[in-house]
Design a protein around this ligand. Structure first.
Ligand code: AMP
Ligand code: GLY
Length: 429
């Protein structure tokens, strides 16, 4: 099978690495990819939202399956675009329709979906310019902290947690009246703050049935000890030690099954990954978000633990046969540590030469590329998150130490990474 993977991050390098292990993968193209995916397949110079360009590339290379990594093209309707064009309608496309992708694309849509299907989530109300004064009253009488969420996609920045009413009112005004997060962000969800520990589950569904992939916990803060600004993710672990059989059963019955049943009842066309972000307190989980794709860096620990052939799995998804699949998981622990450019998540420079990539090889560790590109014979930085090292281990401490050790052998100017990923589950925590 000839496959096109859309995206250019560590998630896509990991998927490319896994797809390449399948003997059913005849040829692999990545659009636009990075310097890492170029080692695994053929990068195409087409951007993720250029649907015409992607469609033309599919015809040129006789592509039979398209896997969409990031959310933006999904929310913009790439799946519908391919399905509605007779030239590309035959291609297996992994990712939900634009309407179904609203589970991630609109917080208001996701909240209404959860309410309708009785899926546990934080209590909330929805406001815009029309009921602005009601919103002000609601915020004034809300307990602290208060969580404000912009409705539309905001590249991970649309959530603000406010510790005072004054701050919440100021943010609310900025969002609704001054379009801080753009037009879609003028609709705001005001919700209850949930205490507890975050983790995520990943489901692959054909719209009727599903399989549960390995779970993960990511580390969003830039600083060690979970301090400082939020990032796209500085590391991840899988399995999650407190995700025991009892919690798994509760999440399956109260969250996963109603979610899949809800998709079907709403007749949402969903063939792809559902990433369910959870907060767990006292062994009870509530949903904080749905994403219509895999996470990054969660993919870098989830996919290495998956032992099934990924092409088989995705083909079964596309053909509505996911009920025939049984997931086979590697019992090892995987820990991913992300190396970022100095200054990230604020301003940072690109184009720094990365050294050590050819000379470092440790069994049980993998270097996945995120923001990298080839510049003549060198590989240089090309983003905030640059490299992701995943290691297997007997436990979190061992795997995390191995990933950190490998990263210490790599260098680019102002490289930074956290050396405490998984800290609360180790002797250092
Ligand atoms: P989201 O974009 O909805 O995933 O939110 C981004 C981050 O904000 C989450 O990963 C949580 O750390 C935090 N967050 C979102 N909603 C809540 C909530 N209701 N209570 C506590 N923290 C939250
Ligand atoms: N690591 C969080 C995300 O991919 O959304």
């Amino acid at each position: 099978m000839k496959i096109l993977l859309v995206g250019s991050g560590g998630r896509e390098h990991t998927l490319a690495w896994k797809l390449k292990q399948s003997n059913k993968c005849e040829a692999l193209f990545i659009a636009p990819g990075n310097a890492g995916t170029a080692l695994t397949g053929t990068n195409l110079d087409v951007q993720i939202n250029d649907f015409e360009g992607l469609s033309a590339a599919c015809l040129q290379h006789s592509i039979e399956m398209v896997i969409v990594g990031p959310e933006e093209p999904l929310v913009k309707g790439i799946t519908d675009f391919f399905k509605n064009d007779p030239n590309t309608a035959h291609i297996h496309i992994i990712g939900p329709s634009g309407e179904a992708a609203q589970l991630e694309g609109s917080k208001a849509f996701a909240k209404a979906f959860m309410k309708k299907y009785d899926i546990p989530t934080a209590a909330y109300e929805k406001f815009n310019e029309e009921n602005y004064t009601e919103g002000v009253e609601y915020i004034r009488s809300h307990s602290l902290p208060i969580v404000l969420k912009a409705d539309g996609l905001a590249a991970g920045k649309g959530v603000v947690i406010c510790n005072s009413h004054l701050e919440a009112l100021a943010e609310f005004e900025l969002m609704v009246l001054r379009s801080k997060f753009g037009e879609a962000g003028r609709r705001v969800i005001v919700e209850e703050f949930l205490q507890g520990i975050e983790m995520s589950v990943f489901v692959l569904t054909d719209g009727k049935d599903y399989v549960l992939l390995p779970e993960a916990k990511d580390y969003k803060k830039i600083g060690e000890g979970d301090k400082g600004l939020n990032t796209g993710g500085m590391g991840a672990v899988s399995p999650v030690p407190f995700f025991d059989e009892e919690l798994k059963k509760k999440i399956t019955e109260k969250i996963i099954k109603p979610t899949i049943a809800g998709l079907q009842k709403e007749q949402l066309d969903y063939k792809g990954f559902v990433f369910i972000g959870l907060i767990v307190e006292n062994n009870e989980a509530k949903v904080i978000e749905y994403n219509c794709r895999l996470g990054d860096p969660e993919t870098e620990v989830v996919i290495p633990r998956l032992q099934n052939d990924l092409v088989d799995l995705l083909l079964a998804t596309s053909q509505g046969r996911i009920n025939e699949i049984e997931i086979d998981t590697d019992p090892s622990t995987a820990v991913a540590v992300v190396a970022v450019s100095g200054g990230y998540p604020g301003n940072y420079e690109k184009g720094k030469v990365i050294e050590g990539l050819d000379s470092v090889e440790i069994p049980g560790s993998f270097v996945f590329h995120s923001g990298t590109k080839k510049n003549k014979e060198e590989i240089v930085t090309n983003g905030g998150r640059v490299l992701v090292v995943t290691s297997y281990g007997e436990n979190i401490q061992e795997a995390a130490e191995q990933s950190t050790y490998l990263l210490e052998q790599l260098y680019f100017e102002d490289i930074y990474f956290r050396s405490d990923i998984g800290f609360e589950f180790t002797n250092n925590g």
